[in-house]
Write a protein that binds this ligand. Structure first.
Ligand code: 5GP
Length: 194
């Protein structure tokens, strides 16, 4: 789903990756290097994991609230997976872009393609895990999901990998430092391109 294109001066970087690909770790390091980038905070109906903070990691809302926001057209895009809803709120994006600030979005592959429709100038970056076996190992090591959720996430990862060619950049995360350097280069070039 999408809404009207919105003019802006800030750059838009959209990150997608199968869960367990190391996206969050890479993003953390990138934000240390580019503290001026504003991270879009999505809304979700999933319960917070240990250490996650409402309003910082996500806006954790009820399914009822989420559905009413869909009705009110409050989302740039939204998706439902693993029985939970996830969506990018128009309000947080518009306010930031109006100030000319650049933003980072962390969404699934379909969300990324929806954002590209609304903001064609967005830079889509796909973080690819070295292989599915390694991804399974990382997810198991993280130990934050039930067996059933884990199985669904691996299944979804296989589906998401099929979308990678629709991205502007694909960064393979076999070596964390090299992956961060590559993303760093992409962002640096885009910010200098003004
Ligand atoms: P997690 O439950 O691991 O935090 O996120 C699961 C998936 O939801 C990840 O692929 C993440 O990128 C995606 N996601 C998070 N927020 C959004 C959003 O606003 N829109 C979409 N389409 N996907 C999102």
């Amino acid at each position: 789903m999408s809404s009207q294109p919105i003019e802006n001066k800030g750059r838009i970087f959209v990150f997608s990756a199968p869960s367990g690909a190391g996206k969050t770790t890479i993003l953390k390091q990138i934000l240390e290097r580019f503290p001026e980038l504003v991270v879009s905070v999505s809304a979700t109906t999933r319960k917070p994991r240990e250490g996650e903070v409402d309003g910082l990691d996500y806006y954790f809302i009820s399914e009822g609230e989420f559905l009413s926001k869909i009705n009110n057209h409050d989302f740039v895009e939204w998706e439902k997976f693993y029985d939970y809803y996830y969506g990018t709120l128009k309000s947080s994006v518009e306010d930031t872009l109006d100030l000319g600030k650049s933003m980072i979005f962390e969404v699934d592959v379909k969300g990324a393609l929806s954002i590209k429709k609304v903001f064609p100038q967005a830079y889509l970056i796909f973080i690819q895990p070295p292989d599915i076996a390694e991804l399974k190992r990382r997810l198991e090591a993280r130990n934050t999901e039930s067996n059933e959720d884990l199985r669904k996430r691996v299944e979804r990862a296989e589906m998401e990998l099929n979308f990678k060619d629709m991205f502007d950049y694909v960064v393979v995360n076999s070596d964390l430092e090299m992956a961060v350097e590559k993303v760093n280069g992409i962002i640096l070039k885009a910010l200098e391109d003004k």
